[in-house]
Design a binder for this molecule. Structure first.
Ligand SMILES: Cc1cc2nc3c(=O)[nH]c(=O)nc-3n(C[C@H](O)[C@H](O)[C@H](O)COP(=O)(O)OP(=O)(O)OC[C@H]3O[C@@H](n4cnc5c(N)ncnc54)[C@H](O)[C@@H]3O)c2cc1C
Length: 235
């Protein structure tokens, strides 16, 4: 048995649902916890011998690093090249990036056929998307976040994101337990939400003020500042 005076739980709702024990069960039963819902997503990436997308001579079609090419054909979604190069010019392309129905479709395929078949289908779909012959990749990797790549509020729930944030700061009044992670903060699906919720816990449990207020907080402060300036001018 492990004992602690303070407990920080940094596990997103999807995997947290699998954790057993009295405390975990109590959290899992809470309306705020149940209001958060995971959205699966699929991502694929490949290393190519060279950045073939830079061979495209038509300037309208050429892809520069970090430029996203969105197409729903064959459920590929976003394709996005990276700028870094290997010692012999190897280059990485995000092949496909999709949530929603297309993401789920890829998730099902990933679980049911060998990777070599997915490689073939993605290659075919990419040639169609780019409308050109493309070289074989050196390596590919696919990932499906089945429990949730990111988390939003369940449709129909009466609990808002702000309420989840307040709950996560201290799910049980009087007990030193803190839930952190982007799924428990309104800035969902972003690292910033995870950082902000950790800052909430630091303030709540240790009295440590937020070392770097979010853009939102800064914006609010500058707005009130502007209003103050205006009032002064009117006077
Ligand atoms: C494909 C994709 C692209 C993204 N792109 C961006 C982006 O460009 N910019 C951005 O700001 N954000 C992006 N995000 C979101 C960002 O990754 C998350 O918001 C952030 O990682 C959330 O941090 P977290 O600590 O809440 O959860 P996580 O980073 O998921 O960390 C949770 C940790 O808990 C661990 N864990 C799970 N179960 C257990 C258990 N039972 N016991 C112990 N540990 C456990 C996991 O291994 C993991 O390390 C992206 C997310 C995805 C999926």
């Amino acid at each position: 048995m492990v004992t602690a005076t303070k407990l920080v739980i940094a596990v997103p709702p999807g995997p947290f649902k699998k954790i057993g024990g009295g405390l975990a069960k109590k959290i899992q039963r809470d309306e705020a916890f149940q209001s958060v819902m995971g959205f699966p997503a699929f991502k694929g990436a490949a290393v190519y011998p060279r950045a073939w997308w830079e061979d495209i001579t038509d300037e309208n079609k050429r892809l520069y690093p970090m430029e996203r090419f969105l197409s729903n054909s064959d459920c590929l979604g976003w394709s996005l090249p990276h700028s870094g190069r290997g010692p012999s010019g190897e280059a990485v392309l995000h092949l496909a990036y999709k949530d929603g129905e297309c993401g789920e479709k890829w998730g099902q395929i990933l679980n049911s056929v060998p990777k070599s078949m997915i490689d073939l289908e993605i290659h075919r779909a990419l040639e169609y998307k780019f409308n050109m012959m493309i070289p074989e990749p050196l390596d590919t990797i696919y990932q499906y976040w089945d429990e949730g790549a990111w988390y939003l509020q369940r449709p129909g729930t009466r609990v808002s994101m702000r309420q989840v944030e307040q709950w996560a700061k201290k799910p049980f009044p009087g007990k030193h337990i803190y839930m952190i992670g982007s799924s428990y903060h309104p800035f969902r699906a972003n690292s910033e939400g995870a950082l902000e919720s950790a800052n909430n816990a630091l303030l709540e449990g240790w009295g440590i003020p937020n070392p770097s207020p979010s853009h939102e907080a800064l914006a609010a402060r500058s707005l009130s500042h502007v209003r103050g300036e205006k009032l002064k001018m009117i006077r």
